[in-house]
Design a binder for this molecule. Structure first.
Ligand code: SF4
Ligand code: MSK
Length: 647
């Protein structure tokens, strides 16, 4: 099998592309699916068309049993049965969406804290690997750590995190006040949107949106900003800090991306979902049991990741990425996957049906994430080794059932670097200035070599062509010397087309940016430029972007809202992407959505989110479906921020 290591397949993809994807590996698998009569997400989407216009505009309400009610934006009725109008219905629905996203991240974070506590007490199958992170997190939380054993400090950190969930006072979350920039904390306090206890805020928001409670759309929108902070600090920040303590701070690592990373002669295990507690153990046991795979005639074990589980084990272990959200069914359709293991979030219920057409086994691992036709191995911190070993052995045993006639692995894979934590970025920069590592970056921003920075995050969405908006927008930004950091499924998109390689600097970056990437890469001993897009991890790892922004703002003595930066979710799909975007807006960042969120039924909500909110927090949303126009709007914004800073 030949594998393409060059980056020309993006162009090739455009040539092959239909309106579903620009990824030639994906297009090839969609053709295979059609030939083999396998239904995919694209077929189910087609069956849903035309989608409900009321739902699209956000003006359908099912919050009580007198409904469903829908209001007519162009005539009557203007109100639901209880009298709720379009503004109220849209605002309530939006808050519930954000709370849905925040709950996902907060629950993820809670599971990580539980694992950390058990590990710290020696009751779990996990060793604490992030000693350096223990110190930085302890320092932020005001926990003494000098001279104390790491596990004791880690247990106290877990207790502080748990205490936020048990907070019955009106004091704000300690994790938030300890980790967010003080200027932002003051701003949020002034607006009365500081969350106290993540669980309690979710409860209150659900209560607030039930029939006959809050009738004020503006009050609901303020609660939406608060729910964004619940996500940002009870989900992203807490989750990432705790995961770095458990599994270590990521360091730059070279790997590969796209379906061609699957092997024709190894046992292929695909890890999908979000929780590194599961994926790290699968990595560990795949290494330990490689001999058993060889004993059954395979050349070894090939692991590959989908969605954010993939991002987590790329960041810390260099495991290659098979693809992003829209590629999950297609990995199975290669016919080469022995087992797909999932945990929480973003795995489609369809995967077991697709798997039933091949020999692929699907394994679920959490009590809340089960699939009727999957094997269930519920992980707990003290049984993780036993469960992971059993899962890997199940994959090995299944290798004999692979039908070579059904195997077709697309010959597309691309080198991709991951592991750009804030710590590793600062580490690379300190090769230029050990005293003030951020100075070289800031000096280059001031000099205009780096025009600004954009964080690109979020999913794929079946409504739009996979990877297209992301890739075209990022090409335009890089050509204009904007440094890009990426997480989530957009990071996987960019990994597939060479944006995360040193050569990507040559191919995509403008001259100023290229010179800076080259200087940093050489000084840091990479012997090559830094990639123009830095992979900062999974969706919860968006807090790394927040940390970087906070550090830059702190260095300059300004607010994050003053920085020449923007954020974008070009292909958002999940409720989590909406809550992450709301957190970014609350941080003061202009935030792009490349898919229209269901709010247009309310002129009031639309105006507040895309205009008025800027006066409150400095950030706002904009919606634009054209990638070049989206990039241009961000470039104009960055130019305006530069001007205001006098640079
Ligand atoms: Fe209709 Fe009001 Fe009930 Fe919503 S809460 S379903 S608008 S009656
Ligand atoms: S996995 S939330 S589709 S980024 Fe984090 Fe991808 Fe979006 Fe899921």
């Amino acid at each position: 099998m030949s594998n393409h290591h060059d980056h020309s397949h993006y162009t090739e993809g455009i040539m092959f592309a239909d309106d579903r994807s620009v990824d030639p590996a994906v297009v090839e698998m969609l053709h295979k699916a059609k030939k083999e009569h396998i239904e995919t997400i694209h077929d189910r989407y087609a069956q849903q068309l035309p989608q409900c216009g009321f739902g699209d505009l956000g003006i359908c309400c099912r919050n009580c049993l007198q409904g469903p009610c829908r209001v007519n934006p162009f005539g009557e009725p203007k109100e639901g049965i209880c009298g709720a109008d379009a503004d109220l219905i849209v605002a309530r629905n939006l808050l519930r969406t954000i709370v849905g996203g925040a709950s996902s991240h907060v629950d993820h974070s809670y599971m990580a804290i539980h694992c950390l506590k058990e590990a710290a007490l020696g009751k779990a199958d996990y060793e604490i690997k992030g000693a350096a992170k223990i110190k930085t997190v302890a320092a932020k939380l005001g926990i003494p750590y000098e001279g104390r054993p790491d596990n004791e400090v880690a247990a106290e950190i877990a207790d502080v995190a748990f205490a936020d969930f048990g907070n019955t006072t009106s004091e704000p979350m300690r994790w938030l006040t300890a980790t967010a920039p003080q200027e932002r904390v003051d701003k949020w306090a002034e607006l009365g949107i500081l969350p106290t206890n993540p669980d309690r805020e979710v409860r209150v928001a659900m209560h607030q949106t039930t029939m006959g409670v809050d009738g004020s759309p503006v009050n609901l929108l303020l609660s939406s900003l608060k729910a964004g902070l619940v996500d940002g600090y009870g989900g992203l920040q807490m989750g990432t800090d705790v995961q770095d303590i458990l599994f270590g701070i990521p360091e730059p690592v070279k790997s590969e991306a796209n379906l061609g990373v699957l092997s024709s002669d190894k046992v292929n295990i695909v890890v999908h979902g979000h929780m590194p507690e599961i994926s790290e153990k699968i990595v560990e046991w795949s290494k330990k049991l490689e001999g058993e795979a060889i004993a059954v005639g395979a050349a070894g074990i090939q692991l590959a990741g989908i969605c954010c589980s993939g991002n987590e084990i790329l960041m810390r272990q260099g495991v290659p990425l098979a693809g992003n959200y829209l590629s999950q069914e297609l990995a199975i359709i290669t016919g080469a996957v022995e087992l797909m293991v999932v945990d929480v979030q973003c795995f489609m219920p369809s995967i077991t049906k697709v798997a039933s057409c091949y020999h692929t086994k699907v394994v679920t691992t959490t009590p809340i994430g089960q699939l009727p036709d999957a094997e269930h191995f519920p992980f707990t911190p003290d049984t993780a080794d036993e469960k992971a070993a059993a899962i890997v052995r199940m994959a090995i045993a299944n290798y004999a059932n692979r039908d070579p006639r059904k195997v077709q692995i697309p010959a597309y894979r691309c080198e991709a670097w991951g592991g750009f934590s804030v710590e590793s970025i600062v580490g690379a920069l300190s090769a230029l200035d050990a005293e003030q590592p951020l100075k070289p970056l800031v000096d280059n921003i001031v000099a205009g070599n780096v025009f600004g920075a954009v964080g690109v995050v979020g999913c794929n969405n079946v409504k739009i062509r996979q990877d297209y908006q992301t890739v075209e927008m990022i090409k335009h930004l890089l050509a204009n010397n904007v440094l890009v950091v990426a997480t989530g499924c957009t990071a996987i998109a960019l990994a597939k087309y060479g944006f995360m390689t040193p050569e990507g600097a040559e191919m995509y970056a403008g001259d100023g940016l290229k010179a800076v990437l080259t200087a940093v890469g050489e000084a840091a001993g990479l012997g090559a430029p830094l990639p123009p897009v830095l992979h900062m991890g999974s969706c919860v790892d968006n807090s790394r972007i927040g940390d970087l922004l906070g550090a830059l703002a702190g260095y300059l003595g300004v607010s994050i809202a003053d920085l020449p930066v923007a954020a974008s979710a070009p292909e958002l799909q999940h409720e989590k992407a909406v809550s992450i975007g709301t957190w970014a807006v609350a941080l003061g960042v202009l935030t792009h959505c490349g898919v229209v969120p269901p709010i247009l039924g309310s002129p009031l909500v639309t105006k507040v989110l895309t205009d008025d909110v800027e006066g409150l927090v400095g950030g706002k949303f904009f919606v634009e479906l054209d990638p070049i126009k989206s990039a241009d709007i961000m470039l104009e914004h960055i130019a305006a921020k530069r001007k205001a800073l006098g640079i």
